[in-house]
Design a binder for this molecule. Structure first.
Ligand code: SF4
Ligand code: FES
Length: 248
């Protein structure tokens, strides 16, 4: 395939940025989207031009580092698929593809397609942990966990912290991410002792970072590469309300 790419280029956070056009030639069906960009970058480097900066790490859909808005949709719009797992077979010869960074006030652009998502780290630091000295590894059956709780906690824990939910939301809300991170601990017996404090602190930090409010459009769930359910937002709201009522 030969493709035309319209790529957001921005030297740094102060630069106004602009869209630039590149030709991607002889792209193979089996290439991942990031491998296609690697080849484009090799051409730019060979010509002495600045390569396109973009984030990636595992390239296996598990780290949450890759973060491209492809044709207007975070991760490209294929259900349950992160950018690094998107393959070029989904495009056809002659296509024009736009590639932009996550856009949200809380995720400032560092360069080109790279954004600073450390706001998520600070939300985790506010309460996304269990503070207990665990000592040696306990027996797996020492703390009984109901199967339904274990399954739901595992579903929530599959959030990879990519930020697509924020990038797609018209309010730049981080509710799906925070709900997943609160819920996977609050659902388990080991997380119950700090349940109230956790949800209050993490929601407070989310607001302090400048993320918007949730108006339940569902766009976050639609683009989430781990298909985190909106129901976790409802659960977090219940936990939050209960913690407020207790006056924690
Ligand atoms: S909830 Fe989904 S879209 Fe949001 S950060 Fe987690 S994995 Fe990414
Ligand atoms: S690079 Fe790790 S999830 Fe995409």
């Amino acid at each position: 395939m030969n493709l035309t790419l319209k790529v957001w280029r921005q030297r740094n956070s102060k630069d106004a940025g602009r869209c630039e056009t590149y030709e991607a030639k002889d792209v193979l069906d089996d290439m991942s989207f990031l491998e296609m960009l690697d080849v484009v970058n090799e051409g730019l480097i060979a010509r002495g031009e600045d390569p396109i900066a973009f984030d990636s790490d595992c390239r296996e859909g598990i780290c949450g580092t890759c973060s491209l808005v492809i044709n207007g949709v975070p991760h490209g719009g294929h259900r349950g698929t992160a950018t690094c797992q998107l393959h070029m077979r989904h495009f056809k010869d002659g296509d024009t593809i736009t590639i932009e960074p996550w856009r949200a006030r809380a995720f400032p652009i560092v360069k080109d397609l790279v954004t600073n998502r450390s706001a998520f780290d600070r939300i985790i630091q506010a309460g996304g942990f269990i503070s207990v000295s665990t000592g040696g590894a306990p027996d797996g059956n020492a703390v009984p966990v109901p199967k339904t709780s274990a399954d739901a906690a595992m579903d929530a824990a599959s959030c990879i912290g990519c930020g697509a939910c924020v990038a797609v939301c018209k309010n730049a809300s981080a509710m799906l991410f925070v709900a997943a991170k609160v819920s996977h601990l609050n659902l388990l017996p080991q997380g119950k002792a700090e349940k109230d404090r956790r949800v209050l602190h993490m929601v407070r930090q989310m607001d302090a970072e400048g993320f918007g409010s949730c108006t339940v459009t569902g766009s976050c769930e639609a683009v989430c590469p781990k298909e985190i359910s909106l129901s976790f937002i409802a659960k977090m709201n219940r936990d939050y309300g209960a913690a407020l009522l207790k006056g924690v």
